[in-house]
Ligand binder design. Structure first.
Ligand code: F6P
Length: 328
């Protein structure tokens, strides 16, 4: 155990995700368990620059495991991208005598944390908190499972009305450049087509596929469109294109937007967040730093920030085959 670490700061940064509260709670309580002080840093990396700190004890995180969002609040800090901003943040950590940080967020957060670590040699452990599931070195990110369930529930409702009116619905989901939400929620909700950034279906193939669906007796259809898909048309243009090229199709568009980021976390996300939070404190006390703690094959694991950020998405392309077969 690294006895040099007596005070740990915890923050949430970037887009919020359901389960972040559960992760903060686990960090705070793991600190209490190890008799380490814990400081909550409000508004992410921006709050670090502004010294927006508050001591957190085990009772200050009661009744939050079930709540969506993040009670520490979150921000995307431009100022932290500058050396000056990071210098201010370091000054605040020193004057508050904080020895190490747990940062909960996505790739933007890890990029910032990694640079900060290089500049100041400051111990940081990251936890993957984003609905997008677009981080390498972990099978799941905190909030992804809840977002999937939110999307599936919404599409189930859309299906009712689509079916009543024999309509085709295009449903846009989040995920930035990653198709994980679209692909998994699309399979779970029984979508006819799923458009993701990792695979360009092309306009023509889409029309052909919709024609085949109609010929096979389908009266209504759901197409899930990832916000980052590469088809080259935004979702409203795509709706118009389909109506112009496929007679007899009445098309409607639903953009699910930020409802995907809210709501009570699923049990899976609560357990994942709790496991990762406890492991983050363990890792810091064991002298680890500049790493992200994740989960691979249901085992807690850690990878350097550089690995977590490696770009290429780990989407399971086998799922596309399943989507194709089950939507026949
Ligand atoms: O990274 C999470 C995410 O919700 C993405 O899916 C989406 O592209 C983006 O954040 C939206 O960001 P903002 O909340 O800043 O509009």
């Amino acid at each position: 155990m690294n006895t040099a670490i007596k005070k740990i700061g915890v923050l949430t940064s970037g887009g919020d995700s359901p389960g972040m509260n559960a992760a903060i709670r686990a960090v705070v309580r793991a600190c209490a368990y190890h008799s380490v002080e814990c400081i909550g840093i409000y508004r992410g990396l921006q709050g670090l620059i502004e010294g927006d700190f508050k001591a957190l004890g085990p009772r200050s995180v009661k009744n939050i495991i079930n709540r969506g969002g993040t009670f520490l609040k979150s921000a995307r800090s431009q100022e932290f991208m500058s050396k000056e901003g990071r210098q201010k943040a370091y000054g605040n950590l020193r004057s508050e005598a904080i020895d190490a940080l747990v940062v909960i967020g996505g790739d933007g957060t890890f990029k910032g944390a990694s640079v900060f670590n290089e500049e100041f040699n400051f111990p940081i452990i990251g936890l993957p908190g984003t609905i997008d599931n677009d981080i390498n070195g972990t099978d799941y990110t905190i909030g992804y499972d809840t977002a999937l369930n939110t999307v599936v529930e919404a599409i189930d409702k859309i299906r009712d009305t689509a079916n009543s009116h024999n309509r085709l619905f295009l449903v846009e989901v989040m995920g930035r450049d990653a198709g994980d939400i679209a692909l998994n929620a699309g399979i779970g909700a029984g979508a006819e087509e799923i458009l993701i950034p990792e695979e360009d279906l092309g306009h023509h193939r889409l029309l052909e596929s919709l024609k085949r669906s109609k010929q096979s007796g389908k009266t209504s259809s759901i197409i899930v469109v990832s916000e980052g898909d590469q088809i080259g048309k935004n979702i409203f243009e795509l709706a118009q294109y389909i109506e112009e090229n496929l007679k007899g199709y009445e098309v409607r568009v639903t953009v699910l937007g930020h409802i995907q980021r809210g709501g009570a976390p699923s049990c899976y996300d609560r357990v994942l967040a709790s496991r990762l939070g406890v492991s983050a404190v363990d890792a810091l006390l064991a002298g680890e730093r500049n790493k992200m703690i994740g989960i691979l094959h249901n085992k807690i694991t850690s990878v350097p920030f550089s690995e977590a950020l490696k770009g290429a998405n780990k989407l399971d392309m086998e799922l596309l085959r399943v989507a194709d077969i089950t939507s026949i």
